[in-house]
Design a protein around this ligand. Sequence first.
Ligand SMILES: [Zn+2]
Length: 392
Amino acid sequence: MIELLLFWLLLPVAAATGWLTAKHSLRSQSKSMSAGFNLSPEYFKGLNHLLNEEPDQAIDVFIKFIDVDSETVETHLALGGLFRRRGEVNRAIRIHQNLIARTTLLPSQRRLALLELAQDYRRAGLLDRAESLFLELLTTEEHRLYAYRQLLDIYQQEHDWDKAIQIAQQLLNITDEPVHTVIAHYYCEQAEIFRTRRQPAAALIAIQQALVTDSHCVRASLLEGQLALEAGQQKQAILAFKRVEQQDSTYLTEIIEPLQICYQQLGQWEEFTDYLHHILAHYGEITPMLMLAKIIKHEQGEAQAVDFMVKQLRQRPSLRGLDYLLDLAMANVGSITREHLLLLKDMITQLLKNKPFYKCHQCGFMGKNLHWQCPSCKQWNTIKPIPGADGE
Ligand SMILES: [Zn+2]
């Protein structure tokens, strides 16, 4: 209420600075100045409503008291914006609808009022009304980019991926931003829906469209691999998963487990271990290191696996690696040493328990699961596995 009161009290100051100078003739201007910057009975009536905490009545007075014209339109917009910021969206809508109904507005002022009203509707959750106003604003030069972004937000919120793709493709023509990355994710969203509905052929078409739009779309390759694996086509799945290395090697940790399943079903352990060694040598990540250690343990025994882990951890210290080394070590020690190691193991388990494995590069959001759209900043493709000693 204080903000609103302040606004009302500043109205005469605005008049004095020419903000609210009367639109009419010199005669009415001089009259208004001599009357003390328009401090009419209506002004005090409005002020009284505000002091009595009756903002709706104050708006009534405001709308009647201050004519909408090219000079006062900013005051109306400022008051509407003030209500929206305070969360009083219905009041903001009233002010902006009143503005748009006036025929005295310049075309640019009408567009500005439309933009404000569209934002009111969005804030009020009236998405269909907001959508139609933003679509109208696409035809304007000055608000086009903003309208495109708002429409994309609305379609994402509604999971209307067809419309999101359509609008994003138009946006591609007027901006240098990497919109194609986002469009690829929209196709992936469609693919996920088809996959859930057990329509693999339609899912595959959407995946191909994602890859045509953005050849570096890791999510599309992972989805393609999963679909192939579900269809019992392990070789195709392996090709799709391995594509991630060329697309974005920071996501390599995501393919280790699915690749293990593929190679296991094909009975090709040697090819799998060769690939793990290749990843480890070139990218030095923890997940392939742990997978290799487990294979060595299975094939050559615990002593060899311990040996491998000790060598690896000297080069690449890692909490998860240390945790696994303790598991291996505890199997072959006496009860007292085992007690000591268990204590250490408990501490590492506690440390790992709350460790996030993924982080958003845009806003710093961290979590245990991979989200393709950041839940915090809503950007696409900004969350990646955390590398290093306490990461993946
Ligand atoms: Zn973020």
